[in-house]
Design a protein around this ligand. Structure first.
Ligand code: EPZ
Length: 418
């Protein structure tokens, strides 16, 4: 258990290179089991979710070595086609292994991933799509058993552009007989990174980043190396930290094109930002203006993962902001913690009304999920006094060494291990 003690009131300034993307590296690590070779992954962030994924890879029989932000995965001696309950429950996004395992062994058994802090996280779209690929699926006793003699290409329309379902279909079908087309596919940059990794392994996939993805089944796949894209959600969180403290920061190794929705909201709030090829510069912002309406949407809309850090900005802005969380049903758990710090926020179902206050006050608060925890870091930096955040392991799931990076930006966060 550890606590972050955050000194409020310091203007952030300086520059940092942003970490690799959690939501890109997780499906790419799952993909490594399919090629039976040696894989080198650069710019891999040091995160709890990556640690848990490495545990799954090793359970399946992979040899994994990590040197700082470089990971090598040798999947030549795979031995397992199951993921036990305790591993699945530690990280529900391990469902992304389903497609990779069934594609490799012709069968897979994983425990139902179950819900998490932000919602019940159904997988019906995943399972419906896999069935369309000719994979037989039995769901009983809390387990999902898949088997397929032959995986056949299919035309799959997703009722919702689910990121995980899109990824599972890409993984399941890259060695299918024939061609698979996904319509209404998720368009996130992490899907493009997965396509690039799979093609580097010998797959034949095109269209990622758009709503139609085509996967032409191939016979063989091989090991490869790859550099993970930058984490746009972490980058936006650090911009929120800068804006909340009236600071001026430079983010390097970012792709501004992946962050347009978030950059536009910051500009609408009165922030001044400039961007070059792989850099974003935030200039000091005297006072923030309200966000009349912020609705979370699938990419390229405003990402649900930055709803909570941006709600902290709205909590100290002039005027009243309205948030509508359209993606997950339980993603306002940070609200009561922000209210403890003096925020004025009312929630009714998917809608949150945020009336800006002059200043937040430091308090002892508790992270209740990954991005809600990040929102509390933004709040602690903006408040007066020392804010203590418990349950920091939630934040460590997605933010590499957050106290180190904030320290590079002249912030002061101490990690206290209790
Ligand atoms: C991915 O989750 C990300 N996680 C999430 O990031 C992100 O918030 C989400 O995409 C949306 O962008 C990873 O990539 C590991 P979805 P995923 O399938 O794939 C419903 C973070 O903080 N749905 O696009 O689980 C679902 O209930 C995490 O980094 C079904 O109904 O998201 C939700 O309402 C949180 N049936 C919506 O779709 C299904 O079979 C979006 O889910 C699948 C999803």
């Amino acid at each position: 258990m550890s606590v972050l003690a955050i000194e409020g009131g310091r203007k952030l300034e300086g520059e940092i290179a942003v970490q690799g993307a959690k939501n890109a590296v997780l499906p790419i690590l799952a993909a490594t089991i399919m090629n039976g070779g040696k894989n080198t992954i650069y710019n891999c962030p040091k995160l709890r979710d990556v640690d848990k994924t490495i545990e799954v890879l090793e359970y399946l029989g992979c040899k994994v070595k990590r040197q700082e932000n470089t990971l090598t995965v040798d999947s030549s001696s795979l031995k397992e086609f199951t993921i036990p309950e305790e591993l699945m429950r530690q990280m529900r996004s391990s469902i992304i292994f389903l497609g990779a395992i069934v594609n490799t062994f012709g069968r897979a058994t994983v425990s139902m991933p179950g819900g998490c802090e932000i919602g019940n996280r159904p997988i019906d779209l995943h399972l419906k799509a896999l069935r369309q690929l000719g994979i037989e699926i039995k769901e009983e006793h809390g387990y999902i058993e898949c088997s397929a003699n032959v995986i056949k290409g299919a035309n799959i329309h997703l009722d919702f552009p689910s990121v995980g379902a899109t990824e599972n279909i890409m993984l399941s079908s890259c060695r299918a007989k024939g061609t698979t087309t996904i319509t209404n596919a998720a368009r996130e940059p992490e899907i493009v990174d997965l396509q690039n990794f799979l093609n580097d392994m010998g797959a034949k996939i095109s269209g990622a980043g758009g709503s139609v993805i085509q996967i032409d089944g191939v016979q063989t796949l091989h090991g490869t190396e790859h550099t993970i894209i930058t984490d746009r959600i972490v980058a936006a969180t650090y911009l929120a930290c800068g804006a909340a403290t009236g600071g001026s920061i430079v983010l390097k190794r970012v792709d501004p094109a992946h962050m347009e929705a978030m950059i536009n909201v910051l500009k609408d709030m009165g922030c001044r930002l400039t961007s070059e090829k792989d850099k974003i510069i935030l200039y000091p912002c005297k006072c923030l203006k309200e966000i009349p309406m912020l609705r979370t949407m699938p990419y390229p809309g405003f990402p649900t993962d930055t709803q909570s850090p941006f709600m902290t900005l709205a909590a100290i802005a002039d005027g009243t902001s309205i948030f509508v969380e359209t993606i997950f049903e339980n993603r306002y758990k940070h609200v009561e913690e922000l209210v403890r710090m003096g925020a004025d926020i009312q929630v009714d179902g998917r809608v949150a009304v945020v009336r800006g206050v002059k200043k937040l006050s430091s308090a002892n608060v508790s992270a209740r999920d990954l991005r809600g925890g990040a929102a509390l870091v933004v709040a602690g930096l903006a408040a007066d006094g020392i804010t203590r955040i418990s349950n920091v392991e939630y934040i460590d799931r997605g933010y590499e060494d957050i106290e180190k990076y904030i320290g590079y930006l002249n912030g002061n966060i101490k990690r206290i291990n209790c």
